[in-house]
Every structure is written in structure tokens, then in C-alpha cells.
Design a protein around this ligand. Structure first.
Ligand SMILES: [Zn+2]
Length: 308
């Protein structure tokens, strides 16, 4: 839990329930093509090479302070990707990366530095839920070797398919000896709240962090529903959308499987109908911090992730 004894005491007496804080952390800034974020009539390779309009995006990950330990949702990017010429093993990947993302990273954007800035030691992280295996979501796993890494079995299966690196799933930074991966499958539920989803996975067994399959961006992408007494419910959706407003408008991004994305969008919208006030929080959405602040009633101290 938090390093600071005073903070821990204060946190524990505020809300009832297993979660005491949710922090939005930033692992650097980047730019992407407008067509990537907002969708395009043209195929991906067209805008990768000919797109002229770049838009900024933040690289977020999330820290949940749960009674049983600190849980991350994703782990950010490793800034070594811009420093090391061999971070991406395949030449085609090294060629394509700057044509898809302009990365603006500092050494301090690595997860251990970001967590330290939030007053948390990387060695105190107990678990990380990985929304999907893209390099900008698994970039911190080497810094948290003690943590259990939860990934959907469907997402993990991509590693056995030909050329996962062509979809920006870099095996050499995922299958590292120190990583404690645990594949999860989704169990059926008769809770009508989750009608339409192909099962759920209750991370802590108390309903406070429920994983839901939300494929489309990648085949095994997952979202995490956070419920805590006194807060509005929050759905961390990873890269299902780059912007929560676009999901509500049924605008799919320029990457991923369009039909699967639309089906997942519909499930999320149905969930929101049943959970009024649900805040949908996307990893690359500048609105993420405000949405979490609205739901939790705490200022998140933009970009710094300081505890409420
Ligand atoms: Zn992604």
C-alpha cells in the first residue's frame, strides 16, 4: 500500500469498501495520425504513409489502491523504445513505428519513475491487469517482477499466431523470464448487469474490480469495471476507443476490427444504461483524469497522480 503511513491512515478512514484510491498516471506523450484516432475511409497503410495531420495523445496507465494491495491497469511504455535501436527486433517494425506514432518520451516516463513520483515503490505493486499486449501497455513489466500480470487467454494466444509483431505485440518484451504472467478466462455469470458480455472475471472476489472481454482493438482486449461505495462506477477500457465520446457516438478508430469494435461499443453502452453515471475511461484520452475525478469526487492533480 502507500509508503506514507499518514496517508495510509487518512485513506483508510475515508470511504467504506475495498478501494481507497484510483490514480491516473502518465507514461509520456505521443502523436498519432488523425485517421488513427478518429477513423478513416481509407485502409490503414494509406494513412500511415500519406496522412499529414497528427494529433496528440497521452499514454496513461492506472493505479488502484485496493485493501489487498496495489493493482495497476496497464504498465505504460518503456522509453527505451526511442533510445535503443534494437528495442524492436524486426526492421519493418523499426521502419513503421515513427510513421504510426511520434513518441515524446523522457527517461522519467518509465513506470518505476512515474510510480515514485506518485509516492509508490514499483516493488509494492502486487498485480497488473494488462488490457492488451501492445508495447505501450506492457512497457513496464520488467520493473515489477514481483507482480502477477493478468492477461486474457485470448490475448495470450496471439503470441502463438504468426507474426504478432506485425500487430505491435513484441514477444521479446512480453515473454521475459521475470514476468509472472497469468492467463485468465471469463466465467459465465447470471448477473443481468453483464448480459451480453462473454463472461466476467472478478479480480479480488469482492466485485470491486471486474474484468470484461471487450475485443476489437485486439482479439483479447479487456476492460475493468471499478465499483466502490461513494463513487460513480468507472470502466477502464484500454484502447477500445481513444476517446470516450467517440465510443458513445459509435465512431470507431482507424485500427482494429470494425465489426468487433462496434459490438463491444454496444455492450459498453448497454452497461452504461444499467449503471447510470458510468464513467468510460480510455487509456489515450486527455479526458481520463477529469472523468476519474468526477467519478471519485477527488481532484487527481493532473498528470501527477497524487493521492486524493
Ligand atoms: Zn493498443
Amino acid at each position: 500500500m502507500a509508503n506514507d503511513q499518514t496517508e495510509r491512515f487518512v485513506s483508510n478512514i475515508v470511504p467504506e469498501g475495498p478501494i481507497t484510491s484510483l490514480r491516473v498516471l502518465v507514461s509520456g506523450q505521443a502523436e498519432q495520425h488523425r485517421e488513427h484516432r478518429y477513423g478513416s475511409r481509407f485502409p490503414q497503410l494509406f494513412w500511415v504513409f500519406f496522412g499529414q495531420s497528427w494529433v496528440p495523445l497521452p499514454l496513461h496507465f492506472f493505479l488502484v489502491e485496493h485493501r489487498e494491495g496495489l493493482v495497476l491497469f496497464d504498465t505504460g511504455i518503456d522509453p527505451a523504445i526511442t533510445r535503443s535501436k534494437t528495442y524492436i527486433r524486426q526492421a519493418i517494425g523499426r521502419f513503421l513505428l515513427p510513421r504510426i506514432f511520434r513518441l515524446h518520451l523522457e527517461e522519467t516516463d518509465r513506470i518505476d519513475h512515474v510510480l515514485a513520483g506518485a509516492g509508490v515503490a514499483a516493488s509494492d505493486i502486487r498485480m497488473a491487469v494488462i488490457s492488451h499486449l501492445h508495447f505501450d501497455h506492457v512497457g513496464g513489466i520488467a520493473q515489477i517482477p514481483q507482480a502477477e500480470l493478468l492477461v486474457s487467454d485470448r490475448e495470450w494466444a496471439i503470441l502463438s499466431e504468426p507474426h504478432p509483431e506485425r500487430d505491435w505485440i513484441l514477444r521479446e518484451h512480453i515473454e521475459i523470464p521475470s514476468a509472472k504472467w497469468r492467463q485468465i478466462s471469463f466465467a459465465p455469470t447470471d448477473d443481468p448487469l453483464f448480459d451480453g458480455f462473454d463472461g466476467i472475471h472478478d479480480v479480488a472476489g469482492d466485485g470491486s474490480m471486474v474484468l470484461l472481454p471487450t475485443p476489437g482493438h485486439t482479439p483479447g482486449s479487456i476492460s475493468m469495471l471499478i465499483r466502490q461505495a461513494g463513487w460513480a462506477p468507472i470502466l477502464l477500457v484500454g484502447d477500445l476507443t481513444y476517446d470516450a465520446a467517440l465510443l458513445e457516438q459509435e465512431t470507431v478508430p482507424g485500427t482494429g476490427d470494425r465489426e468487433t469494435l462496434l459490438a463491444s461499443f454496444a455492450k459498453v453502452r448497454r452497461l452504461k444504461e444499467k449503471l447510470p453515471g458510468l464513467e468510460i475511461v480510455a487509456s489515450h484520452d486527455f479526458a481520463a483524469e477529469d472523468a476519474v475525478a468526477r467519478a471519485t469526487g477527488h481532484a487527481t492533480n493532473k498528470g501527477k497522480g497524487v493521492a486524493p
